[in-house]
Design a binder for this molecule. Structure first.
Ligand SMILES: *Cc1c(COP(=O)(O)O)cnc(C)c1O
Length: 349
């Protein structure tokens, strides 16, 4: 017997795939003669690979980056394996076998990874060279190692440490990658993430790797005006009630009413990625009317002041601000975190 159909949800994430496709096309254009790929790791930064990857592919994207091998399966249905690059590379023979079985391509990050990939059969791979972020990648001193010369490298890449800042380090990293490119045979050269695209065409080389800007983030001023918001979140009122002066709201009664007021309990909480630091001082909204948050954010609920919207009742939808380009609503969250903390219950259906 199949399960009965789910009743209507009380929480929804709306992913504007037309905006996503437009953002990819804009970033591809801003990449000049280089092509834009797409970072689709972390389930497309929380917005869902099933929704986002086909839209990116249809827009023209040909190279997709994930971090883990476990992420390949979710991307491989709409995209052939050889177009999927796995940033964490190979740590074991099992990783190598999995890569070859699916045809996905590891990004080799160390001499050990290079030797492992070669020893288990070799084949096309990508190579990360560290030019200063000191995270993943072979060191510049290792560029001449025989294990690197043995590789069949498609994308030779590095990663910018401070592309969202105006710093001499960006130029330095680009120059170092250019020098490495002369020493290591490869097909494509790649450096820029989203912010790196904003630095200009000198940073684009053959392939750019935008992530956050695809999903609506604006990490540099140069990208503003080119990027559209992609994610929208709405949640339903579960219950409305009247409270009297002196009554508290939520855990530890951190909000106490000083007048009679009508309040509403909304079906979104920190388990959905609406983190507690987005509580008091922030607001939800309905048709432009501001509905301030009262008290602490709970795991599955948040309480709002309905003074500005007396017409709302249980079952009505309210908008949850999720514009990651708007610094004012982010508190201490980066736009990256605002997306990647989106919880499973909030995935687009
Ligand atoms: C995540 C990631 C990107 C994308 O970065 P954004 O800042 O989201 O554009 C590009 N390259 C590498 C190596 C990454 O890990």
């Amino acid at each position: 017997m199949s399960n009965p159909p789910l009743p209507p949800a009380t929480l929804r994430l709306m992913v504007d795939t037309a905006a996503l496709a437009d953002n990819w096309r804009a970033l591809d254009r801003l990449s000049g003669t280089a092509a834009a790929g797409a970072a689709v790791k972390a389930d497309c930064y929380g917005l869902g690979v099933d929704t986002c990857v086909p839209a990116l592919r249809d827009a023209g994207c040909e190279t997709f980056f994930v971090a883990h091998w476990s992420e390949v399966a979710g991307v491989i249905a709409p995209v052939p394996g050889h177009r999927i690059a796995v940033l964490h590379g190979v740590l074991s023979e099992a990783d190598c076998a999995y890569a070859r079985a699916l045809g996905a391509v590891p990004v080799i990050n160390s001499l050990e990874q290079a030797a492992l990939w070669h020893r288990t059969g070799g084949g096309v791979c990508h190579l990360m060279v560290d030019t200063g972020i000191n995270r993943l990648g072979i060191a510049l001193a290792e560029v001449g190692d025989p294990s690197i010369a043995a590789l069949d490298i498609d994308i030779l890449m590095s990663h910018l440490a401070s592309a969202d800042e105006r710093t001499a380090m960006n130029r330095m990293q680009a120059e170092l990658l250019g020098e490495v490119a002369d020493a290591i045979p490869h097909r494509r050269l790649s450096l820029a993430n989203s912010a790196g695209i904003g630095l200009g065409e000198a940073f684009a080389f053959d392939l750019t790797r935008p992530g956050i800007a695809l999903y609506g983030g604006v990490p540099r001023e140069e990208l503003a005006g080119h990027i559209r918001p992609v994610a929208r979140v709405a949640a339903r009122l579960l219950q409305c009630r009247q409270i009297a002066p002196g009554e508290g709201v939520g855990y530890n009664a951190v909000f106490i009413a000083n007048t009679h007021m009508r309040i509403g309990t909304v079906s979104i909480g920190y388990a959905d990625g609406f983190l507690r630091l987005r509580g008091p001082g922030n607001a939800l909204s309905h048709e432009g009317r501001r509905l301030p948050i009262l008290g602490k954010v709970s795991m599955d609920m948040v309480v709002i002041d309905l003074s500005a919207a007396p017409d709302l009742a249980a079952g009505d939808w309210v908008d949850v601000p999720w514009d990651i380009a708007d610094a004012a609503q982010q508190n201490q969250l980066s736009p990256y975190e605002m997306l990647t903390v989106i919880g499973r219950r909030l995935r687009a259906g």
